[in-house]
Design a protein around this ligand. Structure first.
Ligand code: NAD
Ligand code: UDP
Ligand code: UDP
Length: 316
């Protein structure tokens, strides 16, 4: 008989969390999804709810949580700049108090714990592409700091619980990821551009569109999550997870306009404060230790993502 494990996924109703819950259930594991539904949605997990091995709990991880589990994926945190800046104090609390609670839980039940960290720990990087050894360039008092510094402090807590209490930790620095199940109002660039293109609305480019990002398709990233969790106990990370192919925001807009056959025009808006100029992961460590690299080129991943938004918009 297959031995299944129990997983707690915080932020399990969000974009990445819901894909992860589905994958873990497919692998025959039991999953407890904990979410306060701040940016997550029931629609993302509705089709999992008939599965007797799936449980969901409305809970805010800034408060203590007493449950039993073998493995924790800590994903709870709004990820889109408009959402994490809406209530910045809550964002920092989620990253910091949330991490303390989940680490306290992991310590009590002796669970392995994974932290969804971010490329934002590198801030507006002066080193390109970014390897894990780069310490970053973050403005600690800017509008993005609630997220960037919150996630940096969470990494500190993970490594101190590891050193001080011997916890088994995995810290993954995730670079921009996209795919189906992103919320319509998510506000991040891929979903904004697709929705605008499908509606033939102006494409809102912040700044001149020369800033770069590297976009990873969600299925590739979830494979990397599983490989990271399954890696040897000595491997703690931090490990960069993302697609190393870099695009300017303007190129992304043009690709999406082409693929949707849209008549949208580009509309240039002011660049938000501290918006990083360039971002591309150095994934040598993931290639080497996890034997992982993404396999989905941008246009291939955009196809199902465009189809997903097209369906949602037509059902409205
Ligand atoms: P998302 O906003 O879709 O999902 C976050 C989930 O966390 C939501 O379901 C939300 O309701 C929940 N949540 C927020 N605060 C909570 C709290 N205090 N208690 C319980 N639940 C809470 O975002 P996502 O893209 O799925 O991101 C998931 C994780 O991955 C986040 O930690 C994010 O920082 C990290 N990450 C994502 C990306 C990306 O490109 N998607 C990049 C870097 C890091
Ligand atoms: N905690 C939790 N669930 C548990 C165990 C602990 O939410 O199963 C929280 C608890 O609120 C505590 C935090 O995790 O404040 C940190 O726990 P730890 O044992 O590290 O510290 P302490 O209890 O000494 O503050
Ligand atoms: N961006 C944009 N138009 C939008 C949304 C975002 O030009 O409608 C830009 C944003 O300024 C940033 C990049 O696209 O330079 C990626 O933004 P996103 O919010 O997706 O994630 P970030 O990597 O900044 O956290």
């Amino acid at each position: 008989m297959k031995v299944s494990k129990h997983f707690l996924v915080t932020g399990g109703a969000g974009f990445l969390g819901s894909h992860l819950c589905e994958k873990l259930l497919d692998q025959g594991h039991e999953v407890l999804c904990v979410d306060n539904f701040y940016t997550g949605q029931k629609d993302n997990i509705i089709k999992l709810m008939d599965n007797p091995y799936f449980e969901t709990m409305r809970h805010d991880i800034t408060f203590p949580l007493y449950v039993e589990t073998d493995n924790i994926f800590n994903l709870a945190c709004p990820a889109s700049p408009i959402h994490y800046q809406f209530d910045p104090v809550q964002t920092t609390k989620t990253s910091v108090h949330g991490a303390i609670n989940m680490l306290g839980l992991a310590k009590r039940v002796k669970a392995k714990i994974f932290q969804a960290s971010t490329s934002e720990v590198y801030g507006d990087p002066e080193c390109h592409p970014q390897p894990e050894g780069y310490w970053g360039n973050v403005n600690p008092v800017g509008l993005r700091a609630c997220y960037d510094e919150g996630k940096r402090c969470a990494e500190t807590l993970f490594f101190d619980y590891h050193r001080q209490h011997g916890l088994k930790i995995k810290v993954a620095r995730i670079f921009n990821t996209y795919g189906p199940k992103m919320a319509l109002n998510d506000g991040r660039v891929v979903s904004n551009f697709i929705i605008q293109s499908l509606q033939n609305q102006p494409i809102t480019i912040y700044g001149d569109g020369s800033q770069t990002r590297s976009f990873c398709y969600v299925d590739d990233l979830i494979d990397a999550f599983i490989k990271t969790m399954e890696s040897a106990d000595e491997f703690t990370g931090p490990v960069n997870l993302g697609n190393p192919k870099e695009f300017s925001i303007r190129e992304l807009a043009e690709t999406i306009i082409d693929m949707t056959g849209s008549s949208s025009k580009l509309e240039f808006k002011p660049l938000p404060e501290n918006d990083p100029c360039q971002r591309r992961p150095d994934i040598s460590l993931a290639r080497d230790v996890l034997k992982w690299e993404p396999s989905t080129p941008l246009e291939q991943g955009l196809k199902p993502t465009i189809a997903y938004f097209d369906k949602i918009l037509s059902n409205r």
